[in-house]
Ligand binder design. Structure first.
Ligand SMILES: C[S@@+](CC[C@H](N)C(=O)[O-])C[C@H]1O[C@@H](n2cnc3c(N)ncnc32)[C@H](O)[C@@H]1O
Length: 436
């Protein structure tokens, strides 16, 4: 899901608008995952047009709540999905124009939406679009609410479910919640890691305040793509380094990466160790293809990819593959609510349910118990999430340490990252040393 080329180009850039309208109509109707929808874009849509299309789709999903509320006040009966998609995309463009204080763009946005509706739907619907988009402009241009408003008002303006905002208000308070909402609504810069140590850094990669993390200059996809394909560049948020740094794998160790797919951290573990053995485990799903591809880029470290269910048959499968039964260092990067990475994974907020904050910790604790059995005496385990919520972080680790299985482990460091203070994706990592 790259927005690398998503400059504010002419909205009429060939093919991008109708393709975006098509995907937005599908999303409105079926709520499919946005990354899956974007992957379905035809290869013939490439370069700046593809990026513009992605930008429009992501913008609609990011601002869906705000646009939907404004449209709801203007139309009694929603039109069919193709026309609704036009209204939502125009709504997103109006939000962008308002953010840029560019009133001159409004007439162009209205005109373009009307013309698109004529070809995507009908002249009658184009008349509706004309009337509605004109009224949408002032509705969407209103300033952000003040700090002390209720969750419903924040939910509408910042396009998040109100229950989620109430959940965060209870744990983080109004200022941090507000900062998090603002953060989630901003398009994310693209960060990467340059793996070709022997080669000079290309000019499209700029240093950041995080060591080893580079920001990819926008509009440079033609340069970026070959570097990615050659395995010289890996796109990765600065937050990815945290659990790997806490595990601190060293040359010659046997390292186990549990819940490894798609393998961003596997590759970083291998690049950090440089020599030794890395075993990456995940369930037999489509995500394994990406894991396999990432592991194929590893140099110097002996790698094994294992398809296994950590909660069922991991011990048997490791034995069958003649792999060690226990490891010096184990990373467990569990499935979670993804509340720390909502700026990147923008549809997560619309899929998340209150019950997930109970369901995930149960699974996470079971996975932690299973992972602990694979740590050698004297070895270490890092439990990590992309969640900022204590239920999935501190509380899971505390429950584990309080259990019988947690007896041989001691807490040996943790990093909690909140986007509004760290300036990158949120998450948490906890190191547990096996002392018994
Ligand atoms: C947060 S993702 C891991 C991301 C990965 N560590 C990376 O850096 O690219 C969580 C992974 O846990 C895997 N998973 C969930 N339940 C599992 C289980 N019972 N056994 C093994 N893997 C599991 C999922 O398939 C998913 O790929």
């Amino acid at each position: 899901m790259s927005a690398l080329l998503a400059a504010k180009s002419d909205p009429a850039s060939a093919g991008s608008w109708p393709a975006a309208a098509n995907l937005v109509a599908t999303w409105l109707e079926r709520r499919e995952r946005v990354d899956t929808l974007l992957e379905s874009l035809p290869r013939s849509l490439h370069g700046a047009n593809r990026a513009r299309c992605q930008h429009l789709v992501l913008g609609v999903v990011r601002h869906f709540g705000r646009i939907e509320a404004a449209l709801g006040r203007l139309i009694a009966h929603p039109p069919r999905f193709s026309t609704r998609a036009v209204l939502f995309i125009a709504g997103f463009e109006l939000i962008e124009a308002a953010a840029d204080r560019d009133d001159g763009r409004i007439a162009k946005i209205v005109h373009h939406a009307v013309e698109q509706t004529k070809s995507l739907a009908s002249p009658a619907e184009a008349r509706l679009v004309n009337a509605v988009v004109r009224k949408l402009a002032p509705a969407l241009a209103r300033p952000a609410p003040t700090l002390n408003v209720d969750a419903e008002e924040l939910a509408e303006y910042f396009s998040h479910p109100a229950w989620l905002i109430r959940h965060w208000l209870a744990q983080f308070g109004p200022e941090s919640t507000r900062a998090l909402l603002e953060w989630n609504q901003q398009p994310a810069p693209i960060y990467g890691r340059w793996r070709a140590d022997a080669e000079p850094l290309p000019d499209f990669l700029k240093p950041t305040r995080w060591p080893g993390v580079l920001e990819v200059e926008s509009g440079r996809w033609p340069d970026v793509e070959p570097a990615l394909k050659a395995g010289k560049l890996y796109l990765q948020d600065p937050s990815t380094r945290i659990p790997v740094a806490l595990l601190a794998p060293v040359a010659g160790e046997a390292v186990l990466d549990l819940c490894a797919a798609p393998g961003g951290k596997s590759l970083l573990l291998a690049d950090t160790m440089k020599q030794g053995r890395l075993v990456a485990v995940d369930l037999p799903t489509v995500r394994l293809d990406r894991l396999k591809e990432n592991l194929s880029r590893v140099v110097g470290v002996e790698v094994a990819l294992v398809q296994a269910d950590l909660l069922e048959n991991i011990g048997v499968v490791l034995r069958e593959h003649r792999l060690p039964a226990v490891f010096d260092a184990v990373l467990l990067d569990v499935p979670c609510s993804n509340t720390g990475v909502m700026r990147h994974r923008i549809d997560v907020k619309w899929r998340l349910q209150a019950g997930d904050f109970k369901k995930h910790p149960q699974q996470q604790l079971s996975l932690l118990h299973a992972a602990a059995r694979l740590v050698a005496p004297g070895g270490r385990l890092v439990y990590s999430t992309c969640s900022i919520d204590p239920e999935e972080n501190e509380r899971v680790v505390a429950a584990f340490l309080a259990s019988k299985a947690g007896g041989p482990f001691v807490a040996a460091g943790q990093t909690l990252s909140f986007p509004w203070t760290s300036g990158h994706d949120g998450g948490a990592a906890f190191r547990l040393n096996r002392v018994g």
